[in-house]
Write a protein that binds this ligand. Structure first.
Ligand code: GDP
Length: 296
């Protein structure tokens, strides 16, 4: 187990009680621990740097209140700043557009895109009473289309009939057309992933976007992504333009630093959290909870 940040900072700072304001040296010592805690939580290095700079600005010269220990005070500054950077607003999937509202799911292979497509479809169907159509655009792995079809059966959500030989862009167009004809409120496009970001993937995503005019483009990423999170989020955002993030596998041991990294480099909100393999294991994003988890 990691020692909590509170304990570490207490050990460094709590001898200062009664000394008035936090000095530059006190804050620097504390920030070394903050930096360690964030790196252990898998926050990307460049984000750790900008975060600790922001905390330094707030903490140096701050008066230590008599009622709390200096260590606690710095933890509070860190915690508040973390929540602010994670985005204190809680935003969910935005359906505020003419039907059928197109949601495009993007991300690397194995990130949990197909699973999350099913989860979102189930949630919109049961909680918001929307009529949803799901379509798999993954023509590279025939099993992927079948996987989504089975999720449709399991969740009782419509899936676009599979036609062999169609291109992803053509499937996207057919899905939107089918949703119009079928009176669906929402169509979710589950795009193909790759094991890593490459040019053909980005071109394919941009083309699907152009053809289907999605209202939401959600980047699905594994919570354990670590230092790669920055590259991943920046690439998809620059090349395709995402509207939000979904972090999967938050039921695992990871501390979820990728949430902070991806939010920080894109400015796009984390909209949902995947917390298990079951279709119901999808949660709203609570910045406070993630902040607690990152700090340990
Ligand atoms: P895709 O290649 O991005 O479509 O990924 P899949 O949706 O096929 O997911 C890959 C694996 O991750 C599957 O075994 C899923 O059951 C699993 N998975 C997806 N989301 C979660 C999650 O939030 N928690 C856990 N524990 N497993 C997940």
């Amino acid at each position: 187990m990691f020692e909590s940040l509170q304990e570490r900072l207490g050990a460094i700072l709590n001898g200062l009680t009664g000394r008035g304001a936090l000095s530059e040296a006190d804050v620097s010592a504390a920030l070394r621990e903050v930096r360690r805690a964030l790196l252990e939580a898998d926050v990307a290095l460049e984000v750790v740097r900008s975060f600790t700079d922001r905390v330094r600005e707030k903490a140096v010269g701050a008066e230590v209140l008599k009622s709390i220990k200096p260590g606690q005070m710095v933890v509070k500054i860190v915690h508040d700043e973390l929540i602010e950077m994670l985005g204190s607003e809680s935003s969910s999937v935005d359906l505020n557009a003419a039907a059928p509202v197109v949601i495009m799911m993007v991300g690397l292979q194995g990130s949990g895109k197909t699973t999350t497509t099913g989860k979102i479809a189930l949630r919109l169907t049961t909680r918001e009473r929307k009529k949803v159509l799901m379509a798999s655009l993954d023509t590279r792995r025939p099993a992927a289309q079948e996987q989504l079809r089975q999720l449709g059966v399991q969740t009782n959500v419509d899936t676009l009939p599979i036609i062999a030989g169609q291109s992803p862009v053509d499937i996207a167009a057919r899905a939107v057309q089918a949703a119009k004809l079928g009176g669906h409120d929402v169509v979710i496009l589950d795009t193909a992933g790759r094991t890593h970001i490459d040019e053909p993937l980005m071109i394919e995503m941009a083309e699907i976007k152009r053809k289907s005019n999605p209202h939401e483009i959600l980047l699905v990423a594994d919570a354990l992504t670590g230092q790669d999170a920055v590259n991943l989020a920046r690439n998809f955002d620059d090349r395709v333009g995402i509207t939000g993030l979904v972090l999967t596998r938050m039921d695992g041991d990871g501390r979820g630093g990728a949430a902070l990294s991806m939010r920080a480099v894109t400015g796009k909100p984390v909209k949902l959290i995947g917390a298990g393999e079951k279709m119901t294991e999808l949660e709203e994003f609570h910045p406070r909870r993630i902040a607690d988890r990152i700090l340990g």
